[in-house]
Design a protein around this ligand. Structure first.
Ligand code: FHN
Length: 461
């Protein structure tokens, strides 16, 4: 009897302890117990990193945006959808996929020299093709293409060697999975489509399949982030997302998972709804930057360099290096990460316009990286007219886009006193400044160091 009582007391204590910890987990990962301190430790490298490379690479690089002479303004990796390509025809691209020019060392060098700290590559996109040596599906680069090599294994090893974090994109939507079919007017049932249906019993089967693929991806390549996508299916619920989140964290407790594992995301705006706790560690705005900072919220804006994620040979709507660098600064000034995409060719090359722009970003980051890495959002309550700001304890970095013609920079007050000011590139040469009731004015040199963005450091107390 006594033992039963003792047992009851213990289980009651345990129960309330568990509840307390569940309440403690800030994000919607109710199924995974973690204190704020543990979460901060797990997220720290990611928050410090601020800048990563997104890689959309797959069979869609073979048609490269054209099918039977048909082109589209739509994104290249959706060609199976917008060209209504039946599964059996799309599979034929595997026979033509032979990226002999792929060089893991060069890809990682390009990312590293751009100042990027992590790489997120498509292990499987909506077309269901595994870009790694999968034991779970024969529809993969080693078994189904003349290439017969595993570029993901090489890239993971090289990223480790060059000190970048290696991460995976994985699509929940799978146009190739046998139980999936399309039920939409004018669509071939086995073609691509925004939404699919699953035959009876197909969902359980498919979730089992996904878990097997995620297990081999995590145990074989040890990714630091799982970047899910394609979750907007009617057959995929928040509960499914919570369960998958728990499954993945159980496989690798310190892994980081985006909010597209569940159903919390609010479309392209990317942040999770707040009516309940949703699965995921960070929000994912897509092709956009939040208007205002989101202090204390982990988020990452992903963006193309032209208008497609997967390679399209005729898409030359490239963003300028200036736009890309100012996006990075804008995002960091709002407390977010920037995941910038490249879409390599079927030969295994990152397009030259991407390489050129990344080199230009790297040049700026080499001189100004301290004003991005490990910073937090701007301390100013309003948007600065002349540019943006990031901060660290005791430091504020002013990123000047518009250089004052009279050489006087007017900085509004934000509650801290400036003790010293200098250009980030010439710390030994202090800048004159005057304290005023509404802020501080700085005397700047006549010319900007860099017209894209010149960084002034304010030391504060
Ligand atoms: O459909 C995908 C698209 O192909 C691409 O992968 C982007 C990248 O974030 N996500 C989806 C669209 O929201």
């Amino acid at each position: 009897m006594r033992t039963l009582n003792t047992l009851l007391i213990i289980s009651f204590l345990l129960g309330s302890q568990l509840a307390a910890q569940q309440q403690a987990s800030p994000q919607g990962n109710a199924t995974f117990i973690e204190t704020k301190a543990q979460r901060d430790r797990r997220m720290s490298w990611w928050r410090e990193a601020r800048f990563g490379m997104f890689i959309h690479w797959g069979l869609y690089a073979v048609p490269a945006g054209e099918y039977n002479g048909k082109r589209s303004d739509r994104i290249g990796e959706w060609i199976m959808e917008w060209a209504n390509i039946p599964r059996a025809d799309y599979e034929k691209f595997a026979g033509q996929f032979n990226p002999v020019k792929f060089d893991a060392k060069e890809w990682v060098r390009i990312a590293k020299d751009a100042g990027m700290k992590y790489i997120v590559i498509t292990s499987k996109h909506h077309d269901g093709f595994a870009m790694y040596g999968s034991k779970v599906s024969k529809y993969n680069i080693v078994d189904a293409t003349p290439y017969r090599r595993d570029p993901i294994r090489e890239l993971a090893a090289e990223a480790k060697k060059q000190g970048l974090k290696f991460c995976f994109y994985y699509s929940i939507l799978d146009w190739h999975y046998p139980a999936a079919y399309v039920d939409a007017p004018g669509k071939v049932p086995t073609a691509g489509n925004r939404t699919t249906k699953l035959t009876p019993g197909g969902k359980e089967e498919y979730v089992k399949y996904m878990k097997e693929q995620l297990r081999e991806l995590i145990t074989k390549y040890d990714p630091a982030v799982l970047w899910f996508d394609g979750e907007w299916q009617d057959w995929w619920s928040e509960a499914d997302g919570q369960e998958l989140y728990h499954y993945v964290r159980t496989l690798k407790p310190d892994i980081i998972i985006n909010n597209r594992v569940g159903r919390g995301r609010q479309g392209m705006q990317g942040m999770s709804k707040t009516d309940q706790e949703y699965a995921g560690d960070f929000g994912t705005p897509e092709q956009q930057i939040p208007a205002n900072g989101l202090p204390g919220v982990d988020w990452e804006s992903c963006m193309t360099m032209n208008t497609t994620w997967g390679f399209k040979f005729y898409d030359d709507k490239w963003k300028s290096s200036e736009v890309i660098i100012r996006n990075l600064i804008d995002i960091a000034s709002k407390g977010g990460n920037y995941l910038l995409n490249v879409g390599p060719t079927a030969e295994g090359l990152i397009p030259a316009p991407s390489v050129e722009r990344l080199a230009a970003v790297g040049k700026w980051m080499k001189l100004n990286g301290a004003s991005i890495y490990g910073t937090t959002a701007s301390p100013f309550s309003t948007q600065l007219e002349f540019g943006r700001a990031t901060s660290k304890p005791g430091l504020v970095y002013l990123h000047i886009f518009d250089w004052p013609t009279d050489g006087t920079l007017r900085v509004p007050a934000w509650g801290k006193a400036v003790t010293k000011a200098y250009l980030l590139t010439t710390p030994a040469r202090s800048l004159k400044f005057n304290k005023r009731a509404d802020g501080v004015t700085l005397q700047l040199p006549a010319q900007a160091v860099d017209p894209i963005a010149t960084v002034v450091v304010l030391e504060t107390k």
